[in-house]
Design a protein around this ligand. Structure first.
Ligand SMILES: Nc1ncnc2c1ncn2[C@@H]1O[C@H](COP(=O)(O)OP(=O)(O)OP(=O)(O)O)[C@@H](O)[C@H]1O
Ligand SMILES: [Mg+2]
Length: 369
């Protein structure tokens, strides 16, 4: 197994950086996800690691081998990097059956010699089994379901025992249910094979399910790196918090409590307030943006306690639970309630959420955040 080290990678297209000073490490045998919106440079980063694109600066090491270095003028061709890849639009060969698709990378010469057919057969049959495709070896590829084709593409990427597996949004062609299943399957196969993996997605829940570590990118740069939990619970910027889940933004202003500690007081909502990080230089009346994660907010009947009370503006019955929009002062907050006990439009309700579900940001965004 092999660790990957990416240092200072940069790629310009027409003078503008598509990838700008990107550095991260992938621990041997782990899955790291590059997560970010469309056009942020994920594919370009992966293509430089794979050897399909030459960086303008920086280097990539796999184990103790430098596979690319702009500074040292090193650029190993893709087929010398011991990497398996599944592309954004996965291409399996339509004129081949399942067996031949997976066997394809083994058909080339190995150290000048062809592999014996029995060895190829053994390897492919073992791979088919580990992917749950046994019995389908002679099925023509176009007659497979989307999820099965996906597994064939994965099998072809893994058959040559690569040191590194690179996956660029491999599930984008699948429907939601298949995509969920494939996430778990991929994690299982990856753990079994133990191959160091870089995965690309712009879907935050996919990143949460699959990754040991997540690198969040925006506009060619890394904005945060960490475990899925750390990124979700301690987003370093508003961009990261907004990107990682459904949030509502609520306007508030700084008010100093009697003991001098800074509080954010929600616009138009009386005594609703949130403690602020005292290490930031807040001034009274400064504008604050509160960001609240809808998924963590519960609605219930009021019990007379103070705080986050509002009125139900609308509700959507979702079967397993009910989603509400609740007016709190000037703000609209999305929240969830039980599917059994429905609260009516206009009802006075109480909102509950853990302290981590809300974060305060200074209203003036610092440059680049
Ligand atoms: N060959 C190219 N020539 C010119 N510009 C390019 C080229 N490839 C990518 N770009 C630009 O570089 C930026 C990053 O593109 P990239 O494909 O890496 O984004 P991405 O994060 O993979 O996006 P998506 O989620 O849509 O796949 C984009 O602005 C894109 O238009
Ligand atoms: Mg892409």
């Amino acid at each position: 197994m092999t660790a990957i080290r990416v240092a200072g990678l940069r790629k310009l297209f027409g003078g503008a950086p598509a990838v700008d000073d990107v550095s991260f490490e992938v621990e041997s045998g782990s899955i790291l996800t590059l997560l970010g919106p469309s056009g942020c440079g994920k594919t370009t980063t992966l293509r430089m690691i794979a050897g399909l694109e030459r960086p303008d600066a920086g280097e990539v090491r796999v184990g103790d081998r430098v596979v690319t270095s702009a500074e040292q003028g090193i650029h190993l061709p893709p087929d010398k990097r011991r990497m398996g890849m599944v592309f954004q639009s996965y291409a399996i060969w339509p004129h081949m059956n399942v067996f031949e698709n997976i066997a394809f990378p083994l058909r080339g010469p190995l150290r000048g010699k062809r592999r014996p057919e029995v060895e190829i057969r053994d390897k492919v049959m073992t791979m088919l089994q580990s992917l749950g495709l046994e019995g389908l070896h002679d099925r023509p590829a176009p007659l497979l379901s989307g999820g099965q084709q996906q597994r064939v593409a994965l099998g072809r990427a893994l058959i040559g025992d690569p040191d590194v597996l690179l996956l660029d949004e491999p599930f984008s062609n699948l429907d939601a249910r298949r995509r969920d299943e494939m996430r778990f399957e991929l994690k299982e196969v990856q753990a079994r094979v133990g191959v160091t993996t870089i995965f690309i997605t712009h879907d935050q829940s996919e990143a949460m399910v699959l990754s040991d570590r997540v690198v969040v990118m925006n506009a060619g740069r890394i904005v945060q790196e960490g475990t899925p939990q750390a990124i979700y619970q301690q987003p370093s910027t508003r961009f990261v918090m907004e990107f990682l889940g459904q949030v509502d933004q609520l306007g508030a202003r700084v008010a100093m409590a009697a003991d001098g500690s800074p509080r954010a007081r929600l616009d138009g909502a009386g005594d609703v307030e949130v403690a602020l990080d005292a290490s930031h230089p807040w001034r009274p009346d400064d504008e604050v943006i509160l960001m609240l994660r809808s998924a963590s907010v519960r609605v219930r009947e009021p019990d007379g306690s103070h705080g986050w009370q509002g009125r139900v503006l609308s509700r959507i019955y979702l079967g397993e639970r009910t989603e509400y929009v609740v007016g709190v002062g000037a703000a609209r907050v999305r929240a969830f309630g039980s599917a059994i006990q429905l609260l009516d439009e206009g009802a006075l309700v109480q909102l509950e959420f853990p302290a981590e579900a809300i974060r305060a940001w200074p209203a003036a965004r610092p440059v680049g955040k």
